[in-house]
Design a protein around this ligand. Structure first.
Ligand SMILES: [Zn+2]
Length: 388
């Protein structure tokens, strides 16, 4: 089959086109349509394919193999007839903003630091680039500033098809992996790179270039990039978040962090004080329980794991027989530690669970578990057990 004419190479601004239907075959529940020419950019080199319609039917995906571009549709088209294609302009323009922005950033990273772009993915929400060396926060800000300067300079983005001799002398990125006619995208002063994707015609069309995040990745750096409308909607989302925080904290938008930090530190201190007070309360309450009765139970809504253990030891010290501590309330039930100064804790423990259900287990020293039962019923159990 002859190569499909790539209209997006000639005019990336082309929204609509007419083409001849060369073939239409069913494949995996869809129809694979090949045209003599197309403005649909296929899925290629880390970038998703164009969206849009052919003959009014939605184009589900677009793939290229051996220079033939195939469109996948849910409906068949008439072979030999002409078909009208419409590109989803919004997605294409956003893809071009991201992709040209990526070239500028990668060109700058290459010239400033000598690193290569070894991974590229233009996703539906964010573009990632993986660079072969480590970049730090101040490097990222330098690169970002230089990239935005390239936007404000509104430089033309040129597409070149150099002959092999010219190509040999050219110092361009992405030199490897390429065969056949090489397409070079040039952003004078910033980048020269082999690339098959559509680009904006001038850098001003990209709008803002914003690196929203970066991280160490496989010995190098992964950078997260948003350009143009994507950067704007990211700004809007973050602005709305900061404005809500600003109202909530009664702080100026640029001062929400110190205001939130004060609240966070106060909360941390209160939580600590609260813990200290709960321990003191527990110690006070246990100290006022009767000493050395046959059965001794302590109830509290405020026992955390650490205080449960401490309460268990304290009650043990002032008990003569069955003893236990219970954390919770009558509505939600209790978690408990049971012990017996005169025998194996598992004996009353098992009886306790037999009577009330719930889960638990333990050793001769301590039996622990949880039950859904009231304080009054537990008291009754203690009386009955110690009287037997
Ligand atoms: Zn590219």
């Amino acid at each position: 089959m002859t190569a499909t004419e790539r209209l997006f190479d000639i005019d990336p601004g082309m929204n609509e086109f007419d083409a001849l239907v060369i073939s239409c075959e069913p494949e995996k529940g869809k129809f694979k349509v090949v045209l003599d020419r197309t403005a649909f950019f296929p899925e290629e080199g880390g970038q998703s394919c164009d969206k849009g319609t052919l003959g009014g039917f939605e184009v589900i995906s677009v793939h290229e193999k051996d220079l033939v571009i195939a469109h996948f549709l849910s409906e068949p088209l008439n072979v030999g007839g002409t078909v009208h294609g419409v590109i989803d302009r919004e997605k294409r323009f956003s893809d071009m903003q991201q992709h040209t922005g990526e070239h500028i950033v990668s060109g700058i990273v290459h010239s400033m630091f000598g690193y290569d772009n070894v991974g590229f993915h233009l996703g539906s929400a964010v573009t990632t680039m993986d660079y072969s060396g480590e970049l730090h926060a101040e490097d990222i800000r330098k690169v970002e500033l230089a990239a935005n300067r390239a936007v404000y300079e509104n430089i033309p983005v040129n597409v070149l098809y150099p002959d092999p001799d010219e190509l040999e002398r050219m110092d361009y990125r992405s030199k490897k992996e390429l065969t056949g006619k090489i397409r070079i995208v040039e952003i004078p002063g910033y980048d020269l790179c082999a690339c098959c994707a559509p680009h904006v015609s001038r850098t001003g069309e990209i709008g803002i270039i914003k690196i929203v995040d970066f991280e160490k990745y496989k010995g190098g750096t992964r950078v997260y990039l948003l350009c143009g409308y994507r950067a704007l909607s990211d700004y809007n989302a973050k602005e709305s978040s900061v404005m809500s925080l600003s109202a909530l904290l009664s702080a100026k938008p640029e001062e929400v962090y110190p205001a939130a930090e004060v609240i966070f530190l106060n909360e941390q201190k209160e939580r600590y004080d609260n813990g200290v007070l709960k321990t003191k309360l527990m110690e006070y309450e246990i100290a006022s329980l009767p000493e050395y009765p046959a059965g001794l139970a302590y109830f509290s809504e405020y026992l955390d794991k650490k205080n449960m253990k401490r309460a268990f030891q304290m009650i043990c010290a002032r008990s003569a027989g069955l003893f236990g501590c219970f954390s919770g309330n009558d509505t939600d039930g209790y978690t408990f530690f049971l012990g017996d100064r005169s025998g194996d804790a598992r004996v009353p423990g098992k009886k306790f669970l037999e009577q009330f259900g719930g889960r638990g287990g333990g050793s001769a020293e301590m039996f622990q578990g949880s039950v859904k039962v009231s304080q009054a019923e537990i008291h009754e159990f203690f009386i009955k057990y110690t009287n037997n």
